[in-house]
Design a protein around this ligand. Structure first.
Ligand SMILES: Nc1ncnc2c1ncn2[C@@H]1O[C@H](COP(=O)(O)OP(=O)(O)O)[C@@H](O)[C@H]1O
Ligand SMILES: O=C(O)C1=C[C@@H](OP(=O)(O)O)[C@@H](O)[C@H](O)C1
Ligand SMILES: [Mg+2]
Length: 461
């Protein structure tokens, strides 16, 4: 729920409630994320967003103190809120930045959990900072969190950005708060060549301008790229990396963990790593649905690809992580016709099957909010492609052929392949259709590992 100031004045909580204060409050993931954390920790609580104009912060803060258990602050309130507080923790004090406020016994205490989210995101990838040459892009609020953590961990930090005076101000702030900090400022044209880790704290590359990056290339020894952006899940900065040499990470895990730590501060709940991973996967899923709506103007996710490429298997999992309903076109057809596909082929012929397939695809394309797994031959008819693409994003599972063969080896439920020369026929059909899948689909996902495919599909949206 997102409220205006006026609505927040009238707001009466029905259960323990927390809020995000920001201005403007665009498309934030926080309410959905906190709802998942409440559920995982068994709390009956609510989380709302409030669009608080800078001039109204003091009033909104007093209202929050009276009605809520705690708040998060985002741009532009992270600094301004400090003077309204009764105390702050060390990181928040050193950073001059508060993202979490707890109201307890009539007092308001400020914390910074962004830094915990950042450090845990690096730790999850096994990235250590001691002695590492780190390049930080940007000098705003998120940058100060990253710079402070790098300096405290003993990294050798270079800050760069468009405005070198602002970069120097951050350098100064870090030097004052972290003894023996190693921080330099360079223009973007004179970045040290031996940089190992690149951190993007700028909003450059965020949706909708997702083709922009704050750099044109990565220093050639870069081993790891962290981008605080999470929409899109794969940013233009991350795409500069050579996947064989350089690991990359977007900002969603940092977002999840700063939220989890805020809840720990508010109510003492803690979260198992496994439940954080589940919440992360689902948040990527929700993000994909948000992008499906906002970026593509579509309602459904549709999977196509050769027989045995994993459409049915991945579709079911994709529905679970996105919260969309799952429909498999083949299973739907079998249910409606009251017959197995192999029996339809045997008794009524392929032409009958194809006509029914077209009719059901037309019907299912009218649905709103489904993952639709097609049969392997569905996209051979242009009218089927047109129908699904009207409402859906068409994703091709470009599973390697050797994996497809393996997947098909145990099954005889596909009548087209029930022949003595099964393997040769599979290859023949595959070669005949391969180009069609590429041509008709909006995106292609390629991986031999089932565990990777889902992740890639979600991030391809
Ligand atoms: N990439 C993969 N790695 C391992 N097993 C897979 C993979 N993709 C699919 N499978 C397995 O292959 C079989 C066929 O997959 P299925 O989802 O029915 O494919 P499709 O619907 O595209 O024909 C299933 O048993 C599934 O578990
Ligand atoms: O490729 C095809 O022409 C077919 C694929 C099958 O679906 P899967 O791709 O899910 O196996 C099923 O629709 C039917 O056997 C025909
Ligand atoms: Mg299938």
């Amino acid at each position: 729920m997102l409220l205006s100031m006026e609505e927040f004045r009238a707001f009466q909580p029905k259960k323990p409630t927390y809020a995000l204060f920001g201005w403007p409050l665009g498309h934030t993931m926080s309410p959905e994320l906190h709802a998942q954390l409440f559920e995982a920790s068994g709390q009956d609580a609510a989380y709302i967003g409030v669009a608080v104009p800078p001039d109204d912060l003091a009033e909104a803060f007093d209202l929050a103190k009276a009605k809520l258990r705690g708040i998060n602050c985002t741009i532009p309130h992270k600094k301004a809120v400090i003077e309204l507080l009764d105390g702050v923790d060390t990181a928040a004090r050193d950073l001059h930045s508060v993202n979490t406020v707890a109201f307890r016994d009539g007092k308001a205490i400020g914390y910074n959990t962004d830094i915990l989210g950042f450090s845990e995101s690096l730790a999850r990838d096994g990235v250590t900072l001691r002695g590492k040459k780190v390049l930080l892009l940007g000098y705003g609020g998120a940058a100060s969190v990253m710079a402070y953590h790098c300096a405290r961990e003993g990294a050798c930090l270079t800050i760069t950005g468009r405005n070198l005076e602002k970069a120097a101000a951050l350098q100064q702030q870090i030097a004052e708060t972290v003894p023996h900090a190693r921080v330099a400022v360079y223009s973007r044209r004179h970045i040290p060549r031996d940089i190992q880790i690149v951190l993007n704290s700028t909003p450059v590359g965020m949706y909708p301008k997702e083709n922009l990056a704050p750099l044109h290339y990565l220093p050639h020894k870069t081993e790891y790229v962290f981008d605080a952006i999470y929409n899109p899940p794969v940013t233009a900065t991350m795409r500069l990396a050579n996947p064989r040499k350089t690991a990359t990470r977007d900002g969603l895990y940092m977002l999840v963990m700063q939220a989890a730590h805020a809840q720990t501060i508010w109510s003492g709940v803690t979260f198992e790593p496994a439940s954080c991973e589940t919440i992360l996967r689902r948040t990527y899923g929700k993000m994909a649905v948000k992008r499906l709506h906002e970026k593509y103007g579509k309602k459904n996710l549709v999977l196509c690809g050769f027989m045995g490429s994993g459409k049915t298997t991945i579709g079911r999992k994709l529905a679970r992580v996105t919260g969309l309903d799952f429909v498999d076109a083949d299973l739907y057809l079998e249910e409606k016709e009251g017959m197995k596909i192999s029996d339809i082929f045997a008794q009524k012929g392929e032409a009958y099957f194809r006509d029914r397939e077209t009719a059901y695809i037309r019907e299912l394309s009218q649905r709103d909010g489904i993952v639709l797994s097609l049969g392997g031959g569905a996209v051979l008819r242009p009218e089927n492609v047109a129908a699904v693409k009207e409402t859906g994003l068409l994703i091709h599972l470009d599973t390697p052929f050797y994996r497809i063969l393996k997947n098909l080896s145990y099954s005889n439920s596909r009548p087209l392949l029930n022949r003595p020369d099964k393997q040769a026929e599979t290859r023949r059909l595959y070669n005949a259709r391969k180009a069609i899948y590429h041509r008709v689909s909006d995106t292609s996902v390629r991986s031999p590992k089932l565990s990777e495919v889902l992740d890639k599909v979600v991030k391809s949206v």
